[in-house]
Design a protein around this ligand. Structure first.
Ligand SMILES: O=C(O)c1cccc(O)c1O
Ligand SMILES: [Fe+2]
Length: 302
């Protein structure tokens, strides 16, 4: 079993790099870390050098990345994935440099989502300088799509150390890799893709201040403000450029007594199973951000 220690970053193609960066800084409130690399923009939310990278070119998610402990763990992960029948890509020194990690490997999960595993993700010593005062404190979680949520859970919990924290029937599985209720979620969808990226904010007030700010800017609100009964977090989903859905949330549950926690099974048909405040869905969570076309070669799956 491969032990994931944290989420690392999402890497996405951006047809309009400047527009994607402007939205991520001026609207979402991330920091643009200028790495002097033409065609690549790094966005920072917390200690990590970046948790979102835009690469100029065709739109679409390039990879969702997780950290493992060290180069030894990464080498073991590479072997284990190959043993399990996955074709593993090992990134070059340039690939690692662009990602601000020591080493990187990649593979396609059984549902067609490109996953990267890294070690040595760079931490920046300087304080975060937010692009806007949206109150972001941390890259919270990432959410992938897969056609069968139970299959996805089986994959993530047997290949990796992910554990189900809660289920929304066959619609979603929320999984933890540390104390945070979930850092990885899988939603049911016909196609692979990135459902959303989540950023935690410092205060409840931030969610509502951001809601007003987004509305004034004409940003498309997809759902919320509402409260998830699973993590207990107050949330707001909105649509950014390049098809990327962002989520702000405040107050995510931490599971401190690992042995005592039992996953719960919510009924997706129950009103309130996603938003216990029963708020209107302004727009159903749109299609996930589709995988980058050049990076989903046929036949790479085991
Ligand atoms: O935070 C949650 O519990 C949650 C529930 C459903 C869907 C999500 O995206 C979530 O983050
Ligand atoms: Fe979420």
């Amino acid at each position: 079993m491969i032990e994931l220690t944290d989420i690392a970053y999402v890497r996405s193609g951006a047809a309009d790099l400047e527009g994607a960066v402007r939205f991520a800084t001026d609207v979402v409130g991330l920091q643009h870390v200028d790495g002097g690399e033409p065609g690549v923009a790094h966005l920072r939310a917390d200690g990590r050098h970046h948790c979102l990278a835009f690469v100029e070119g065709v739109s679409g998610v390039i990879a969702s990345a997780f950290t493992v402990a060290d180069p030894g763990a990464l080498a073991l992960a590479e072997t284990e994935l190959e043993t399990r029948g996955f074709r593993v890509w090992r990134g070059s020194a340039d690939d690692a440099r662009s990602r601000r990690v020591g080493e990187v490997i990649g593979f396609d999960d059984p549902f067609g989502n490109r996953i990267e595993l890294v070690c040595g993700q760079q931490t920046l010593a300087s304080p975060v300088v937010p692009g806007r005062g949206s109150g972001i404190t941390e890259f919270g979680h990432l959410c992938l799509d897969a056609p069968d949520v139970a299959d996805a859970h089986r994959f993530w919990s047997t290949t990796f150390n992910a554990r189900a924290s809660d289920w929304i029937g066959d619609a979603a599985c929320l999984m933890r890799i540390d104390e945070v209720h979930h850092k990885l979620a899988v939603f049911r969808g016909d196609e692979p893709g990135l459902c959303h990226v989540n950023f935690q904010v410092a205060e409840l007030d931030d969610v509502f201040r951001n809601w007003h700010h987004l509305q004034e800017r004409g940003v498309e609100i997809e759902m919320g403000p509402g409260r998830h009964p699973q993590s207990g977090a107050v949330f707001l989903y909105f649509l950014g450029p390049e098809g990327l859905t962002y989520e702000y949330s405040y107050g995510v549950r931490r599971i401190t007594d690992e042995a005592a926690w039992r996953p719960r099974y919510f009924d997706p048909a129950e009103p309130g199973s996603i938003d216990m405040w029963l708020g209107p869905t302004q727009k159903p969570l749109t299609q996930p951000q589709a995988p980058h076309p050049q990076l989903v070669p046929e036949g790479i799956r085991p």
